[in-house]
Design a protein around this ligand. Structure first.
Ligand code: FE
Length: 337
């Protein structure tokens, strides 16, 4: 009897130890700002009872931390912006491939890793913004056209040091090849009204002030600026929409997530990513930062929808990472600071 009890207790103790604390908890390393993430995670906890712990930092330190912690990491999931960063995390061996019918259904193929290590969760479009007093939309057409002499002294750009521009140029290398892309970037540099700006917002403010006429930005910055200063004479233009050219379209990037290589609770992390890709969560995730839902079945926020619809470039966003080093060198050669 005593022996049976001892054995039973041993089994119970074993079960308790084997039951991962992780069954009810997912730990997220997040490079997205806390205000954006907290309401989402709270909603997930309400829906599922699963607690989420998260730490917030820039993607660089988070990836360095995952690398240093190796097998001992507590991080189950990495959440960050830009496919360039997600690609790098994958290259560094920080993520693991997952099989998910839900994610394959909810996330279009060009917005996720072909090796299933990361998945886009929101879409950011990098497009043209112009001064409505100085430019007619009919004058605008493509990214390439901004290199033509008619835009001499009329273009403003954000610095090439930002990953957004590195990703944009990397994807253009995939689309046009290095030679044509370099010619285009040289053309842009030759058309600059002034030296590059530290961020998208200051480039748009220069356009609004008439210092230049056009720039390239992520649309959520446009949305934020227009909320703050609705009187600005700025509008969005969707380039490369010629339907005869199937390879073309607006350049998009993603924010997204993957399950870490050494996750203690990979199943929990996967369920959370799946949840983030569906229904209500997509709106919570995308709308708060005026981004586009990655899931085509979910409609964008009203403010965002008012900018009109456009066709996306369908090149896989992983190219942003794969060709990033090439893009940086190309921009350097072309004199893009
Ligand atoms: Fe941003």
């Amino acid at each position: 009897m005593k022996r049976t009890l001892t054995r039973l207790l041993a089994v119970l103790a074993f079960t308790a130890a084997a039951l991962p604390a992780s069954a009810e908890e997912v730990v997220v390393y997040s490079a997205r700002n806390e205000q954006l993430i907290k309401p989402l995670f709270d909603a997930y906890t309400r829906d599922t009872g699963v607690r989420i712990k998260f730490i917030t930092d820039k993607e660089g330190p988070l990836m360095a931390r995952l690398k240093a912690e190796g097998r001992n990491t507590l991080g189950d999931m990495l959440l960050t912006v830009d496919a360039g960063n997600l690609w790098e995390a994958s290259e560094e061996g920080l993520l693991r491939p997952i099989t998910s019918k839900v994610l394959e259904a909810n996330v279009p193929a060009h917005l996720r890793d072909p090796d299933h290590e990361w998945f886009g969760l929101s879409v950011r479009a990098r497009t043209i913004v112009y001064n409505t007093g100085r430019v007619k939309p009919a004058e605008l057409s493509t990214y390439e056209d901004l290199a033509s002499p008619k835009w001499k002294g009329r273009l403003c750009l954000r610095t090439s040091k930002k990953v957004y521009n590195q990703s944009l140029v990397a994807m253009m290398i995939t689309e046009y090849g290095e030679g044509k892309t370099e010619d285009m970037v040289r053309g842009w540099v030759g058309n600059l009204a002034t030296s590059p700006f530290p961020d998208d917002t200051s480039a748009m403010e220069a356009v609004a002030a008439g210092q230049c006429d056009v720039t390239l930005v992520n649309t959520y910055y446009f949305g934020r600026l227009m909320r703050k200063k609705p009187g600005l004479r700025l509008a969005i233009f969707w380039p490369n929409q010629n339907l005869n050219n199937k390879a073309s379209g607006v350049h998009v990037n993603v924010s997204g997530a993957g399950v870490t290589r050494h996750a203690r609770n990979p199943a929990g992390a996967q369920k959370l990513i799946e949840w983030l890709s569906s229904g209500k969560a997509q709106n919570l995730f995308a709308d708060v930062n005026l981004e586009y839902p990655v899931n085509p079945k979910v409609a964008p926020d009203k403010t965002v929808a008012a900018w009109g619809s456009y066709r996306q470039n369908l090149i896989n966003v992983k190219e942003a990472g794969r060709l990033q080093a090439k893009a940086v060198k190309l921009m350097d050669r072309a004199g893009y600071k």
